[in-house]
Design a protein around this ligand. Structure first.
Ligand SMILES: [Zn+2]
Length: 315
């Protein structure tokens, strides 16, 4: 039977603005992805033989994290540190220092491995290995997850809900946090999504490691501050959740860390900004009892027989 046009229609609806806790009209989260060496090793495993690129990455935990912790402490705010299990194994004292300073540790894969095309079983094993590492090193059972390179598979929300995660922060279809329906979950039935996008990532501004990562351009911290301040002000006006993603091996450099300091000044000067962790935002969203949103894959149009046929997903 011929496919009906209705079968192509997306069930997704635009997420609405949410109510914030008393006294607040928007949220501001500073998040730090502790990718360190793993982000480069997964691009080229042979980079492990290259001393200089490895030191470029180790700058993050060794120098960037203490500098960032000091800025957050000076402002009296908490951040969220998305930490690959491998980074926890390699820099246990650094990860424990983040916990001791009162910040949130969240899950960010085990080895920052690419999840594109990864089977559900392998991805589950990867998540479990990351959970074990964070527990063994820091005694932390994270409630939040961010996929490496923000790359979620359609089965990833189910893997997270089954393991008791409360939230994910990898999807890009909203300015506002929302509750994501998770079909087939055996444990929780939903996750909170605290969305992100590439414009609020320091990677696009600063990443530069010849042959390995980056666009070949190192942008001025002044440009990054301008971009992020404009976005912060606009999202504050919308009552949205500003969710900035930084990497200590990049944003931990001196002038770039200054940008974070000034951004926090601006956040504070905008009245009613709840500067907090992603986990706190997610817990608040849970308390609102919102209707879960469905987000489903595209259905391809059978009548357009000339379009390409996708590969079967790995199982
Ligand atoms: Zn990352």
């Amino acid at each position: 039977m011929a496919q009906h046009a209705d079968e192509l229609r997306s069930p997704a609806v635009a997420p609405a603005a949410i109510a914030w806790p008393e006294g607040y009209q928007a949220a501001g989260c500073l998040t730090f992805d502790l990718d360190a060496e793993a982000a480069v090793l997964t691009v080229d495993i042979n980079s492990m033989h290259r001393m200089t690129p490895m030191t470029h990455q180790s700058y993050g935990p060794l120098v960037g994290v203490p500098r960032i912790l000091s800025i957050l402490a000076n402002h009296g705010v908490r951040g969220t540190f998305f930490t690959p299990g491998y980074t926890a194994h390699r820099y246990p004292d650094v990860v424990r220092s983040i916990v001791e300073a009162g910040h949130e540790i969240a899950h960010h894969s085990y080895f920052h491995e690419s999840t594109i095309g990864m089977s559900e079983q392998t991805e589950g094993e990867m998540i479990d290995l990351g959970l074990k590492a964070l527990w063994d090193v820091a005694g932390v059972r994270p409630v939040g997850y961010r996929a490496p390179m923000w790359e979620m598979n359609w089965h990833t929300p189910r893997l997270l809900a089954d393991r008791g995660f409360i939230y994910d922060s990898s999807l890009m279809d909203s300015d506002h946090p929302y509750v994501l329906a998770v079909p087939g979950s055996t444990n929780g039935t939903t996750l909170v999504e605290v969305p992100v996008w590439w414009g609020l990532d320091d990677w696009e501004q600063y990443a530069f490691l010849p042959d390995l990562i980056g666009t070949g351009v190192i942008e001025s911290p002044a440009k990054a501050l301008e971009m992020w301040t404009l976005e912060l002000e606009a999202m504050h006006k919308l009552g949205a959740a500003f969710n900035l993603c930084c990497h200590p091996f990049m944003s931990g450099r001196p002038a770039r860390a200054e940008v974070l300091d000034r951004l926090l000044d601006r956040m504070k000067s905008l009245g009613g900004t709840w500067i907090t962790t992603v986990g706190e935002v997610a817990s608040h969203v849970v308390s609102l009892g919102l209707t879960p949103r469905e987000v489903v894959p595209p259905v391809l149009p059978e009548a357009a027989h000339w379009i390409a046929t996708p590969d079967q997903p790995a199982s």
